[in-house]
Write a protein that binds this ligand. Structure first.
Ligand SMILES: Nc1ncnc2c1ncn2[C@@H]1O[C@H](COP(=O)(O)OP(=O)(O)O)[C@@H](O)[C@H]1O
Ligand SMILES: [Mg+2]
Length: 361
């Protein structure tokens, strides 16, 4: 896949606050890339810089190999769909979609055909003459998409476009967007603070926090191999635990030694204090006394397909979060086991690691 967008060392300040701290990002042609992070981490600012609505203080923006840092927004082959879709309320659906084509002096027949094509793509065949206030939120969102599509952009920038919709509609629209992207064969750069949305739709997820990119990778890489505790915590529920490497490929957590697959080669030699991530679905429940450690179930919640449980470990202070398809009762004593490949070892933040290293094994 050839590279379509590249950000090089983008720095952006508002007043004296740095909101982007040297962002490097590459988006390939036809890729579905999602910027994921908590509110205020700099997602919208990144998108606005790519769209040309904001100038970076440092760094360059490239499009198809060309430096477009100083190119005005309307000359970029990029279209944006914002969260508040900003449809014109006094125009009907067809007029809304036609607007930008009229501005570009496209012929009437071309405009008519395009409207029909776009409405078909977003599953709103025949809606040309509807008034905007007759549409549901989901339908308005589709019209906003249709309006962006007719300009034949090479990239669609989508800033939390589903943010205003309720959960069920949002999930429906997620499938719609993936289908739409496939049919259009264009590049999507998507923003969300919703980790599930990011994992569901994207080819590549870029996790941001406080103006820095924390990690980028496929949804599987981000979920299975978070590089630090922030990413692990942000992407789904996790057990994030204090650990210490006590032998080659053995980590001690809460007084119990677990074989794992990371060692010196991966930068985790014996003696090193580490953070450990264990996903709740990766803890196997065994009969009491037969696992690697024991505990008592202190709470249980049925959340649709599986049960979520908190288990108080017998070894120490830790409450483990478990997910399991089988029903177990509060108060039940169980054994637990974690396979080596499900133990994710991570570096501690530097300052923490140094003070932790002074502790004895
Ligand atoms: N025009 C602006 N003037 C001053 N501060 C801004 C402006 N736009 C954004 N910010 C600040 O920059 C930071 C990042 O904002 P933004 O990119 O909108 O984050 P996100 O989209 O991830 O929620 C926030 O602290 C926000 O308050
Ligand atoms: Mg935003």
């Amino acid at each position: 896949m050839s590279e379509l967008i590249r950000l090089e060392s983008i720095v952006k300040r508002f007043d004296d606050t740095v909101v982007l701290n040297g962002i490097d990002l590459s988006v390939a042609e036809n890729e579905f890339v999602t910027l994921l992070g908590p509110s205020g981490c700099g997602k919208t600012t990144t998108l606005r810089i790519i769209g040309g609505f904001e100038k970076p203080d440092e760094g360059r923006v490239f499009f198809d190999g060309k430096d477009i840092t100083d190119m005005p927004a309307n000359q970029r082959h990029i279209n944006t769909v914002f969260q508040n879709y900003a449809l014109f309320p006094h125009m009907n659906v067809g007029e809304n979609i036609a607007f930008s084509m009229r501005v570009r002096n496209k012929p009437e027949q071309y405009i008519k055909d395009k409207i029909k094509y776009a409405l078909k793509l977003v599953n709103l065949d025949g809606f040309e003459n509807r008034r905007i206030d007759q549409l549901s939120g989901g339908q308005q969102q589709r019209i906003a998409m249709a309006r962006a599509i007719v300009n034949e952009p090479r990239v669609l920038l989508l800033d939390e476009p589903l943010g205003a919709l309720d959960l069920k509609l949002r999930q429906e629209m997620q499938y719609e967007l993936v289908r739409l992207k496939k049919e259009l064969g264009i590049t999507f750069l998507y923003i969300t603070h919703d980790q599930e949305e990011a994992l569901t739709m994207s080819d590549k997820v870029v996790v941001m926090n406080e103006g820095y990119i924390q990690q980028e990778g496929t949804p599987e890489q981000i979920y299975d191999e978070p590089v630090n505790a922030f990413v692990a915590d942000f992407i789904g529920d996790s057990n994030i635990l204090d650990g210490q490497m006590i032998a080659e490929r053995v980590v001690r957590i809460d007084g119990v030694d677990y074989p794992c697959i990371d060692g010196t080669e991966q930068g985790f030699p014996p003696g090193r204090p580490v953070d450990v991530v264990i996903r709740p679905e990766d803890i196997d429940i065994m009969p009491y006394g037969q696992g690697q450690f024991n505990g008592t179930i202190i709470s249980k919640l049925f959340i649709g397909v599986h049960y979520e449980m908190l288990v108080q470990s017998e070894n120490g202070e830790i409450e483990w979060l478990l997910q399991n398809y089988d029903q177990h009762d509060v108060g039940e004593k169980i054994g637990m086991k974690v396979d080596p490949e499900n133990i994710q070892i991570m570096h501690k933040p530097k300052s923490e690691a140094e003070s932790a290293r002074e502790l004895d094994l």
